[in-house]
Design a protein around this ligand. Structure first.
Ligand SMILES: CC(C)(COP(=O)(O)OP(=O)(O)OC[C@H]1O[C@@H](n2cnc3c(N)ncnc32)[C@H](O)[C@@H]1OP(=O)(O)O)[C@@H](O)C(=O)NCCC(=O)NCCS
Length: 314
């Protein structure tokens, strides 16, 4: 049996470990009962890589980021990455090929990425989208569950039909913000919600996504913001209050449902944001894949925050 070796990864390893990630996540979906399809083909993995690569390359390029691989006979069989944003390190991926689970590889990778304990100056957060057994592993590394992270979905036609029947729901006007303005507003509204600063992430989204906003007419500042990706991905979104989050997300869903006609509409909803969950539930959304946000500190305002798509980042 060839031995397992561990080494630090670099930008040139990202494509190879993306295949590990797609196969590991597919296995989790099978085990959790949310999918019953065969594993993705090389062609499907390559298409998904082309959709995701810019965000993955961006997170890998952040100063202070970490990337460790486990290899067998020179082939990656597991890897983990952390990206640093201000006072927080986010575990963006921890993936091991299914045939190598329960051999201590996930733990060994985390020991390299997150040695010692989190500190007051550098916290830790992870969107724990794996199987329930994986939660046990993360809790040994200084993070605890702070809120649910529900992947919820609806049929676009059903959603639009229910939207058209809504009465007594006057909604504030939603505008598209020019990217410099959007980034400035994100820098103002996001830190009080998630408890850390991610200016470079929003500068990246300013180059790659469209920002919808509701505005406070008196102060001429945004009351809520939502990024929409080129592929129709909705999120992250943030509001000044939990109620403010709702209209901007609904308008984003309207736009994606009408212009892209996807097979399904989906968002990640923090279970703290009751206003949004309740409204989306009334519009036909159902829980598809429930996960957890785990963190080394309680985050102050996830009741007015909707997480990023894809779920590598909070
Ligand atoms: C999460 C993951 C990386 C763990 O990797 P792994 O190499 O199998 O983990 P380890 O062998 O190091 O196990 C570490 C701990 O996890 C827990 N664990 C993992 N799988 C488990 C299972 N099937 N049943 C019970 N506990 C389990 C145990 O607490 C174990 O601790 P132990 O050493 O005391 O037994 C792997 O399951 C995976 O790739 N999952 C799919 C990808 C995914 O969804 N990742 C999460 C999204 S970021």
């Amino acid at each position: 049996m060839p031995e397992l070796t561990f080494r630090e990864g670099g930008p040139g390893d990202l494509r190879a470990v993306f295949t590990v990630s797609e196969l590991a996540v597919h296995d989790t979906a099978l085990r959790s009962g949310v999918l019953d399809t065969p594993p993705p083909s090389e062609t499907q993995i390559e298409e998904e890589w082309q959709r995701r690569r810019h965000l993955l390359e961006f997170t890998a390029a952040q100063p202070g980021s970490g990337f460790w691989l486990c290899e067998r006979a020179g082939e990656p069989i597991g890897y983990g990455r952390v990206a640093r944003f201000g006072e927080m390190e986010e575990l963006t991926e921890l993936m091991v090929l299914p045939a190598h689970h329960r051999q201590g590889i996930g733990r060994a990778l985390l020991e390299r990425l997150w040695p010692g304990d989190p500190t007051p100056d550098l916290g830790r957060v992870v969107v724990a989208a794996g199987a329930s057994a994986d939660l046990t592993l993360y809790s040994d590394f200084g993070v605890m569950p702070i809120t649910g992270h529900w992947h919820i979905r609806a049929h676009p036609e059903d959603f639009l039909e229910r939207r058209s029947r809504e009465i007594d729901t006057a909604e504030p006007a939603v505008v598209v913000l020019e990217s410099d303005r959007a980034v400035r507003e994100w820098k103002r509204l996001e830190p009080p919600a998630i408890g850390h600063r991610r200016p470079r992430l929003h500068e990246f989204f300013g180059r790659t996504r469209t920002c919808l906003a509701t505005m406070d007419p008196g102060a001429e500042s945004a009351t809520a913001l939502c990024w929409i990706g080129a592929g129709g991905e909705i999120g992250p979104a943030v509001g000044a209050t939990p109620q403010d989050l709702v209209p901007v997300v609904l308008q984003a869903l309207d736009r994606v449902a009408k212009t892209r006609e996807p097979d399904s509409l989906s968002v990640f909803c923090a279970t703290d944001s009751w206003w949004l969950l309740r409204r989306l539930r009334g519009l036909g959304f159902r829980v598809w894949w429930p996960s957890w946000v785990m963190c080394s500190i309680p985050l102050p305002g996830l009741d007015r925050y909707m997480p990023t798509r894809p779920p590598h980042l909070l």
